[in-house]
Ligand binder design. Structure first.
Ligand SMILES: [Zn+2]
Length: 281
């Protein structure tokens, strides 16, 4: 989190609010946040914002200058617009954009890790920068033909989160998508039949689209620190399945936890932890 729906709604709201605004000040209080050094941040001073868009889970702020700002929230960031600059030192602040009308756009990050990042790039360098160049086709609104992009070697749960294969899905929404499609997280893409691929595609479009519709109703600026996530499966292990009522289970995979319904997704079988086998190797 945040994933495609959260980044998309943030981009929509901020695009409407920031279009035409002039940047007067920019600073990066997050020590490791800025991942570029040329052009310098000062190249944004006096620039007018022409739009704020999303690519995968990245934000792109385009301007009337030859530079664009790319930002990624990683797992705990927020991009928030306030009517006035922070009055005291905000320990969550990573990047601050002051606007001519006194408003301030803040890239903030919660928790102990500093992983959110920003890059200021020339427009020419934008598409070839590794952050964007390696992204696969967008998961929403029109995902790629799944039989062409999902190779057979990895479990569905891993491949759907691979941004080079399909862009925008992370560890929260993948649980919801696989539950909607009634597919096991450990199924291999090469084993999926035509109907299963169709169900998966439908689940991707409807799950991500449904989340966006929810956010369109539930959110306004500033984006809150705690998002009203409409998740039913992810992190809901122990709760009853919203479809069949069976207890949702959890399985450890690599360094995270997958939630699923055994009756809907794995023919009643409990999945085995894949974390232990790795430690014993
Ligand atoms: Zn179920």
């Amino acid at each position: 989190m945040p994933e495609l729906p959260e980044v998309e709604i943030t981009a929509r709201l901020l695009d409407a609010a920031l279009r035409g605004a002039t940047i007067t000040q920019i600073s990066a209080p997050g020590l490791n946040t800025l991942k570029s050094f040329d052009p310098p941040l000062s190249a944004l001073e006096g620039a007018r914002i022409e739009g704020l868009s999303r690519r995968g889970k990245n934000f792109i702020v385009s301007t009337d200058r030859d530079v664009a700002l790319v930002m990624h929230l990683m797992s705990a960031g927020r991009l928030q617009l306030y009517d006035a600059p922070a009055s005291r030192r905000d320990r969550t602040a990573r990047l601050l954009l002051g606007l001519v009308d006194g408003r301030e756009l803040r890239l903030r990050e919660f928790g102990t890790k500093q992983a959110a990042w920003a890059k200021l790039l020339t427009v020419d360098a934008l598409d070839s920068d590794e952050a964007l160049a390696k992204l696969g086709p967008e998961a929403w609104p029109d995902p790629p033909v799944l039989s062409e992009v999902l190779d057979g070697a990895r479990p569905l749960h891993a491949i759907l989160r691979d941004q080079r294969v399909i862009a925008g899905i992370g560890r929260a929404w993948v649980d919801e998508i696989l539950w909607h499609a009634r597919l096991s997280p450990f199924r291999r893409a090469c084993d999926l039949g035509t109907d299963e691929l169709k169900a998966l595609r439908k689940a991707i479009v409807e799950t991500l689209g449904g989340a966006l519709e929810h956010y369109e109703r539930a959110l306004s600026l500033p984006i809150p620190d705690k998002l009203p996530l409409p998740l039913q499966i992810h992190a809901h292990q122990g709760d009853p399945c919203p479809r069949c009522g069976r207890r949702l289970e959890a399985v450890h995979f690599e360094d995270y936890v997958i939630a699923y319904c055994p009756d809907c997704q794995t023919q009643g079988k409990l999945l085995k932890d894949r974390r232990l086998s790795r430690l014993l190797r």
